[in-house]
Design a protein around this ligand. Structure first.
Ligand code: PLP
Length: 444
């Protein structure tokens, strides 16, 4: 059925440094002893990563892996991309920290460059340190600007792990039994699992119903990822955001696009995920890919919305740190110089067609979805019932690792492969991944 012999990782002209650090067992032991426990282990035994170069990672033995998950959708341009590393190094020699009470050009330069990537009147930038912080700030702005309290997010969404954003998140695997903070979770326009398929208008009707029956009729804001990440690489039904934004604005709310995963050209052809839905949000939040791995996040909004924060001290100790700003500016430069949006569109469409071919061969593939290098492969044991193939996904994850591939897993049932590699991922890499899936699925 599938290919007979294990595929080989594409050649790559780079020699990792000799590694003399602690063994994987020693690192794991220390992690267990001194770091908080969590369910968030993908592998039976985690890989000990000691070096990274572009789309590849190396373990302690010098073995090379193709990184199909970019950290967690974070390494946008490539691990230790030389231009970005140089920018970080240079800035760290000159000034590593200056708060916003002083002037330093790196912050303004980066804010200007970021604003130039935004459509409409989205021109005011706030820097924070993570996606959760960005969404906290966006929620605060929405509430202050509208004078309303209630927020709306989509079921299956992930917007962060801080106490406020956990209320927006709508996946029980992440949540605790704590107050939700005036958040309503509306039906997810998921073309594969949603009851209305790709019919955006029916999901929009559910949003309207929630506003009509579950709120006072006025809302603060609506937040959505255009491509749900942790929820399993779900691409929202085409046209949904346009309808949703109209409904929310009529109810007095502002529209927030969470671009933490889908921003910076990853979806191919455009810079932001929301462009694929033909909308312009009122507030955009971003993190992860913005810094190619540096701890950095941002909120971009309009001058009108930003004005609500002007009468208070809006302060964040590390937000806009000069080293992070220099790194972020280099990321924007690299994306343009290396034409990463077009590259994602090209490699992504090649990979999608390879995955769709595999779907014809392997019944376990229930759905192939996404755009650019923001793809999902949902595995099911029964095509009709769409029963999540949870154990099989975990098994295949280990098999792919044996072949030299690290990949993301997600969705409420852990049955979706999330394919979101660094944007330098090549057609050869895509073929290697498709061949490795073919090979390991044929052995199930
Ligand atoms: N929003 C989305 C879409 C995310 O995927 C994440 C993290 O995975 C967050 C927000 C939270 O970002 P952070 O982990 O940087 O707080």
């Amino acid at each position: 059925l599938g290919i007979d012999s294990p595929p080989r990782i594409p050649s790559f002209d780079y020699q990792p440094r000799p590694y003399k650090g602690p063994s994987a067992d020693e690192v794991l032991e220390k992690r267990k002893q001194f770091l908080g426990p969590s369910l968030f282990y993908y592998y039976q035994k985690p890989v000990n990563i000691v070096e990274g170069k572009m789309q590849y990672l190396f373990d302690e033995s010098g073995r090379r892996y193709l990184d199909c998950f970019a950290g967690i959708v974070t390494v946008s341009c490539g691990h230790c991309h030389p231009e970005i590393s140089d920018a970080i190094m240079e800035q760290s020699k000159i000034l590593q920290h200056a708060t916003t009470i002083y002037l330093h050009h790196a912050i303004g330069d980066f804010a200007e460059a970021l604003a130039s990537k935004m459509p409409g009147n989205l021109k005011v930038v706030y820097f924070v340190n993570s996606g959760s912080e960005a969404n906290e700030l966006a929620m605060l702005m929405a509430r202050l600007y509208t004078g309303n309290l209630e927020m709306i997010s989509l079921r299956n969404a992930y917007h962060g792990g801080s106490s406020g954003t956990l209320g927006l998140t709508a996946l029980n695997t992440w949540k605790y039994s704590i107050p939700q903070g005036e958040v309503h979770h509306v039906m997810n326009p998921d073309p594969y699992r949603g009851p209305f398929g790709s019919d955006a208008s029916k999901y929009a009707k559910d949003l309207q119903d929630h506003i009509d029956y579950g709120t006072c009729g006025r809302v603060a804001g609506f937040i959505a990822e255009t491509f749900q990440g942790a929820g399993g690489a779900v691409e929202l039904a085409p046209g949904y955001l346009k309808l949703a934004y109209d409904i929310v604005r009529k109810a007095g709310g502002v529209c927030i696009a969470d671009e933490v995963q889908s921003g910076f050209g990853r979806t191919g052809g455009c810079y932001w995920g929301f462009e694929t839905q033909g909308v312009i949000p009122d507030i955009v939040t971003m993190a992860k890919g913005i810094g190619n791995g540096l701890p950095l996040g941002a909120v971009v909004t309009t001058p009108e919305i930003a004005s609500v924060l002007a009468q208070k001290i809006q302060f964040n100790t590390f937000g806009g740190n000069p080293v992070c700003s220099a790194g972020g500016l280099a990321v924007l430069r690299v994306i343009d110089k290396e034409k990463r949006q077009a590259h994602c569109a090209d490699v992504g469409s090649h990979l999608i067609s390879r995955l769709k071919e595999l779907q014809q061969k392997h019944e376990i593939i229930g759905d192939v979805r996404g755009k650019g290098l923001m793809l999902g492969l949902e595995l099911v044991t029964d095509q009709k019932e769409k029963t999540p193939a949870k154990a099989e996904t975990a098994h295949l994850l280990e098999k792919l690792r044996e072949l030299g591939i690290l990949i993301g897993k997600g969705g409420l049932h852990g049955n979706v492969f999330r394919i979101k590699p660094p944007m330098c991922f090549s057609r050869d890499d895509a073929d290697f991944l498709a061949d490795a899936l073919d090979y390991s699925m044929s052995k199930l």
